[in-house]
Design a protein around this ligand. Structure first.
Ligand SMILES: NC(=O)c1ccc[n+]([C@@H]2O[C@H](COP(=O)([O-])OP(=O)(O)OC[C@H]3O[C@@H](n4cnc5c(N)ncnc54)[C@H](OP(=O)(O)O)[C@@H]3O)[C@@H](O)[C@H]2O)c1
Length: 250
């Protein structure tokens, strides 16, 4: 049994680097056309598109859009519809951190993290669900975090956004189930990317020591789960929150 996404169009937000890039590669490997969304890493996004087109013989386009801004998301839909057609696999991966203890977290820091991690998910789902309804098939996969389940010192903004994604996803899973659209959440633990590279060495060591599998996760391991959820092998799974943390959260 092999996952086959030939003929599907996937949009991955924040696919220029890290987990999003790994997801785009796996979905393209499975035969899906891909929209590589990015905000600032244009060179990386364009290089990735070129690589995916050459290696997997699929269509790949890079589209610049700040997904926290609904007007830019609407413009992205115009481009993707014109170039590829309807998007039926939507992976909300874009996210940022800006850690501060609550007493130092002014409203700009709070607001920016909530907008980038949570408004972005509303924006893309609101704009792209129409494509899925018209196609009578859809997969929404939202990347949250175990921080949204556990909380984390210095991350009240990020935890609030990631927790919000869970309630949002369960609600739309209920709303769209009859339309043959599933919506699920993935909560990664500690994955080696630019986001975690900036943590202080002592904090990294402490986290790794508390992971039962004894190592950080790799972006490709999250991408494997996304690819499964994007496929027909996950047809009876909706409204689920799936942790991928090496046992860090169980
Ligand atoms: N790494 C972990 O341990 C971990 C754990 C749990 C959850 N997660 C979640 O997994 C997702 C990916 O994380 P990562 O570690 O791969 O992060 P990363 O390496 O820092 O990459 C973040 C990606 O998001 C994009 N992005 C950020 N804000 C955006 C916006 N407003 N509009 C469009 N794109 C935007 C960036 O694009 P540009 O480069 O173009 O700016 C980049 O491609 C995030 O949602 C994160 O919260 C990560």
């Amino acid at each position: 049994m092999r996952i086959n996404l030939e003929g599907k169009n996937s949009l991955i937000t924040g696919a220029s680097r890290g987990i999003g890039k790994a997801i785009a590669i796996k979905l393209a490997q499975a035969g899906s056309n891909v929209v590589i969304n990015y905000k600032s890493s244009e060179k990386e996004a364009l290089e990735l598109c070129q690589e995916l087109r050459t290696k997997y013989n699929i269509k790949a386009i890079a589209v610049k859009a700040d997904v926290s801004n609904i007007d830019e998301v609407k413009q992205m839909k115009e481009v993707s519809n014109k170039e590829l057609g309807p998007i039926t696999i939507l992976v909300n991966n874009a996210g940022i951190t800006n850690d501060k203890l609550l007493r130092n977290m002014d409203i700009e820091i709070w607001d920016n993290v909530i907008r980038s991690n949570l408004y972005s998910v509303y924006n893309t789902c609101y704009v792209f669900v129409e494509d899925m309804i018209n196609s009578r098939w859809g997969r929404i996969i939202n990347i949250s975090s175990i921080v949204g389940l556990m909380g984390s010192t210095g991350q009240s903004n990020y935890a609030a956004a990631k927790s919000g994604i869970i309630g949002f996803t369960k609600s739309i899973a209920r709303e769209f189930a009859k339309r043959n659209i599933t919506a699920n959440v993935i909560c990664p633990g500690y994955i080696e990317t630019d986001m975690t590279a900036k943590l202080a060495p002592k904090i990294k060591e402490a986290i790794i020591n508390s992971i039962p599998l004894g190592r950080p996760g790799q972006p490709e391991e999250v991408a494997n789960l996304v690819t499964f959820l994007a496929s027909d092998f996950s047809s009876y799974i909706t409204g689920e929150v799936i942790n991928i943390s090496g046992g860090l959260y169980m």
